[in-house]
Design a protein around this ligand. Structure first.
Ligand code: ZN
Length: 169
């Protein structure tokens, strides 16, 4: 399972993150049929081995992506991972763990250098609205990367659309 977590599960299924569950299922079924151990009657043992490996990989990917909750978790992880490639993100912070600063109208979080990470209500609001129109049920989390106001660290701030901490709702 550790290996599977490092691979892009969507790529394993030959699918893309925007695919619906139905499309993912279709991809999975095609691949599962193609690599199913039962179909390897006359294959050499090394071919059979790699097919079995592929089959297990496809099966593991499908098990994670077919479940709404585990897919959401995976999507979040994946997104944080993608962001890391652009610039270093040191950790993930949940918006509800941040402190509301009434004076400045920002959510704030202390950096270990003594500086702070600030997210304005506007930023949260804008990001929350940005991809809501596509009606994807799976996309129930939002996030932004925030830089420390003092050092070069940055964190990925994430929140659920159902979070009670969203002040503007
Ligand atoms: Zn800092």
């Amino acid at each position: 399972m550790c290996e599977a977590a490092e691979k892009d599960l969507y790529a394993v299924l030959g699918a893309s993150p925007s695919d619906s569950l139905k499309e993912l299922r279709h991809r999975y079924q095609q691949l599962a049929l193609q690599y199913h151990p039962d179909r390897l009657g006359d294959a050499s043992s090394s071919e059979a081995d790699s097919a079995v490996k592929k089959f297990l990989e496809v099966d593991a990917a499908w098990r994670i992506l077919s479940d709404q909750n585990s897919r959401r978790q995976y999507d979040l992880q994946r997104r944080a991972q993608e962001l890391k490639q652009d610039w270093p993100v040191d950790s993930t912070v949940y918006l509800e763990d941040m402190t509301w600063d009434q004076g400045q109208c920002v959510y704030t979080y202390s950096c270990r250098c003594g500086g702070r990470f600030d997210v304005s209500v506007e930023e949260v609001e804008e990001e929350t609205r940005s991809r809501r129109q596509d009606g994807e049920e799976e996309e129930e989390h939002r996030g932004v990367v925030v830089c420390c106001d003092t050092c070069s660290l940055s964190v990925y701030v994430t929140w659920s659309l159902h979070s009670k901490t969203l002040f503007f709702k």
